[in-house]
Every structure is written in C-alpha cells, then in structure tokens.
Design a protein around this ligand. Structure first.
Ligand code: S3P
Length: 171
C-alpha cells in the first residue's frame, strides 16, 4: 500500500481533506505539522521564533522520514513548504503518491485571513503570501497528481480526492 502525501500551499485544505479522505479509505491520518510539534514539544510558531526556519525544515524532514519508516501507511497532510525541498520530495516519491491540492490564491487569502494566522509564521503581508505561492508552484507541479479544487466545497473536494486515491488501494 503506498503512502498518500497531500501537498500545496497553506490553507489549501490538506489537513481537512486529508483526514476526511483517510477516514473514507479506512487508513491512518497523519498531520506533519502536528507531529513536528509533538516531537519538539513546541508549536510551529515557537520553533520558527526560537530557532528559525532552517531548524524547522530540519525537523520537518526528520519527522517525515521517521513517520514513513516506522508507521503504517496512510494519508499525510504535509506543510506548505515540505514539498519545496528536494530531499523531502525524494522521501515522498520513494514511499508513495503525492497530490497537489491546488486552490486559487484569492480563495486561500480570504480563507486564511479568517483562520489562525498566528500559528503560521510565513503568513506575512498579502503581497508576500501571493509572491510565495507563485514561487512555489514550480515545485508543487512536480507532484504525481494535480487536483484543481477551484470553488469545490469540502465535501466535493473530499469525494474528488477519494476517487483519485481509491484505485491505489491494494485490498
Ligand atoms: C509552512 C506551512 C505551515 C507550516 C509552517 C511552514 C510553509 O503548514 O508547516 O508554518 O512553509 O508554507 P500549513 O501548510 O499546514 O499551514
């Protein structure tokens, strides 16, 4: 059974759709940010503030590698920056299938503004966020699948993701 990695920008719905689809597929669900926090005993924001982004990225790669090596295969919601590092992309391509959840940046900006911005250290000015999203597209395009979510509701997005992943199930 391959691992399923959900990649894409902050606020694309990786955690929400990931946990929904894992339930439908009867597979375990893992949230990479949450695992990094548990491992560090610190929040994502605290790691960035106290140790910097480089330390966060180092932890991110280590935790990703550990989960894939030691836990039963399932669905992983990665962080928005995870797929931008080649080392992480190699771990993911060797272990399974990656899906880019591609949500228009206008939708993301509106969505995240009403969510928990405080927990997202890289959520700065709107202009910076838009520029970062643009720069990262070249990496997200390297995912095995590109799921354009447009204005899909959570339910519709879950169904579309399920239909994409279900054929990989080996049982
Ligand atoms: C980041 C996204 C965050 C988290 C960290 C860095 C990024 O995850 O990993 O704040 O580089 O885009 P979400 O995509 O779950 O917000």
């Amino acid at each position: 059974m391959p691992w399923f990695f959900l990649v894409g920008f902050m606020g694309a719905g990786k955690t929400t759709l990931g946990s929904n689809v894992a339930e439908r597929l009867a597979l375990p669900f893992y949230d990479l940010d949450e695992r990094i926090e548990l491992d560090a005993g610190l929040g994502v924001r605290e790691i960035f503030d106290a140790q910097g982004e480089k330390d966060f990225r180092h932890r991110e790669t280590n935790v990703l590698r550990k989960i894939v090596a030691a836990e039963p295969p399932g669905v992983i919601a990665t962080g928005g920056g995870t797929f931008t590092l080649e080392e992480n992309r190699t771990i993911m391509s060797e272990a399974g299938v990656s899906v880019w959840l591609d949500v228009p940046i206008d939708t993301i900006v509106t969505r995240v503004a009403s969510m928990d911005v405080a927990e997202r250290p890289l959520w700065r000015s709107e202009a910076e966020v838009r520029a970062l999203a643009e720069r990262r597209k070249k990496d997200y395009r390297l995912a095995n699948h590109h799921l354009e979510l447009g204005t899909d509701s959570t339910d519709d997005g879950t169904v579309r993701l399920y239909e994409l992943l279900a054929p990989y199930r080996s049982d």
